[in-house]
Design a protein around this ligand. Structure first.
Ligand SMILES: *Cc1c(COP(=O)(O)O)cnc(C)c1O
Length: 470
């Protein structure tokens, strides 16, 4: 007589893969090959546990199907998710820069759902050009002769360097050989384009004479770069765009002005909190052959590189083979077109989330926080933490107005560091993640970047996070 191994006997109770695969608890993963793999893994694990410990409870069919479904949902859920930004950094590159205005979202929706006139001329029933989709708006807003749009500002600068200065020299001030972040460095982008970088001047002072001395028959272009995210203070001298343009004219060399943020309207005229920024229109007026700027920084639109300037230069860029590789898609054009419309009609100050956030006053932000603070006060006390509305510092961010600080207000939780860290993590891992920061012994949620969201939604998330902590 052979003795039956009791473990093996119990393993017979394990449900079969095919049966679990049919169970409705698998949801949308039912009968998929991915579900087969996960179920096999789950069954293997269970088998292992039973072998190790005879008293292990064998899960039933619905239970296994539910586990498989949860694991598949978790593994294949899009990692690109909506978050609520409590960091106070308005143009936050890691969190997707500019939230879009309603009209941009509506236009994207309409164009996404079906076919569109991306490259179709309705008047003549013929092929059209995507380059014309926002051209009139850009010309009206900047006063330029011509315009084109690329995938982002980095590609706009790359395209300018390649089309105008490949195998030639590009003259740049040593004070502007910047790194914008995300590994966009002017020297590197020059190298990639095939243009030879000619540095002139010094880190803190560059004069027009330095540029003049560097001009030769090998010069392809003069590049001016907005130092975006840093500032040199003290003994500083910078060459003005007008001086560079005059020099360029004298020698027939195009001058490219990379503005980075590129404002279409002056924020400082709408709030006392911010200094004035060079407008794109001013660079155009100063005579730059090409002006490049981002669509998703101060402009408040989708990721894009906007290029405006003189027809001859813009045409050269547009005809270059690289243009095909850096052109934006229909959704970008839809959102951009709607965003530019807001500027044309003067409604941008109210409709663009970026503008609402950057122009909100400290008092406004404090008022906005009050009801929220009252609603979550007692739940906070239950956790042993304290809550108050406190002054905080928010930032424009995104390499826009350099390191510009804005006074703000935040919900500030204080108490044990361990608890604060735990609350921060709970909120970050919530279904809709709420991102805040720890500073000076407190956990901060800044009102400036939260005010475009629903206060009720934030309240629900906070109450759930505090519940876990109590
Ligand atoms: C941000 C920035 C860039 C890069 O623009 P993206 O839109 O991020 O590609 C280039 N130059 C300057 C001066 C910038 O500030």
């Amino acid at each position: 007589m052979t003795t039956i191994n009791p473990d093996k006997n119990r393993l017979r109770d394990l449900p079969k893969v095919d049966i679990i695969l049919q169970h409705e608890a698998l949801g949308k993963w039912r009968s998929t090959p991915l579900a087969v793999d996960i179920i096999r893994e789950l069954l293997d694990e269970t088998r292992q546990l039973v072998m190790e410990d005879d008293s292990t409870i064998i899960p039933d069919i619905p239970d296994l199907a539910r586990q498989a479904c949860a694991q598949l949902d978790d593994r294949f859920r899009s990692p690109l998710r909506r978050v609520l930004n409590g960091t106070g950094v308005v143009i936050h590159t890691n969190l997707g820069r500019s939230p879009l205005c309603e009209s941009a979202i509506t236009e994207m929706n309409a164009v996404a759902r079906g076919y569109s006139t991306l490259e179709y001329d309705l008047k003549n029933g013929r092929r059209g050009s995507r380059h014309n989709l926002v051209k009139q708006s850009l010309l009206a807003l900047t006063g330029a002769e011509d315009a084109l749009v690329t995938n982002n500002n980095a590609s706009a600068v790359l395209l300018a360097l390649t089309a105008l200065s490949k195998r030639k020299e590009v003259i740049v001030s040593r004070g502007q050989l910047v790194e914008i972040g995300g590994s966009f460095r002017i020297p590197d982008i020059c190298r990639v384009s095939g243009a030879k970088l000619t540095e002139v001047g010094s880190t803190n002072r560059t004069r027009i004479a330095d540029f003049r001395a560097a001009v030769s028959d090998r010069t392809g272009m003069i590049l001016k770069v907005h130092p975006s995210n840093f500032r040199v203070i003290g003994f500083v001298e910078e060459t003005s765009l007008a001086e560079l343009v005059a020099l360029g004219k004298e020698f027939g060399i195009p001058v490219v002005d990379d503005l980075g943020s590129g404002a279409l309207d002056n924020l400082s005229a709408h709030t006392t909190q911010l200094p004035s920024e060079t407008l794109v229109r001013e660079s155009v007026e100063a005579g730059a052959d090409v002006v490049t700027f981002s669509g998703d920084k101060l402009l408040g639109g989708p990721q894009a590189g906007l290029v405006v300037g003189k027809t001859a230069t813009i045409t050269k860029m547009c005809m270059h083979p690289l243009m095909r590789a850096v052109r934006p898609d229909k959704l970008t054009f839809a959102a951009l077109s709607a965003t530019l419309q807001e500027y044309l009609t003067g409604t941008h100050t109210q409709s663009l989330p970026i503008w609402r956030m950057l122009t909100a006053s400290v008092e406004e932000l404090e008022e906005w926080l009050k009801p929220l603070s009252i609603e979550i006060q007692s739940a906070t006390e239950d956790t042993g933490l304290r809550l108050e509305i406190g002054p905080s510092t928010s930032y424009t961010g995104g390499g826009s107005l350099p390191e510009e600080e804005l006074p703000s207000h935040a919900l500030v939780f204080s108490g044990s560091q361990r608890r604060l860290k735990a609350l921060q993590t709970d909120l970050r891992l919530a279904d809709v993640p709420l991102i805040g920061y720890l500073k000076d012994g407190g956990f901060h949620l800044d009102a400036r970047t939260l005010m475009i969201e629903s206060r009720e939604e934030i309240e629900v998330l906070l109450l759930a996070g505090l519940e876990v902590e109590s």
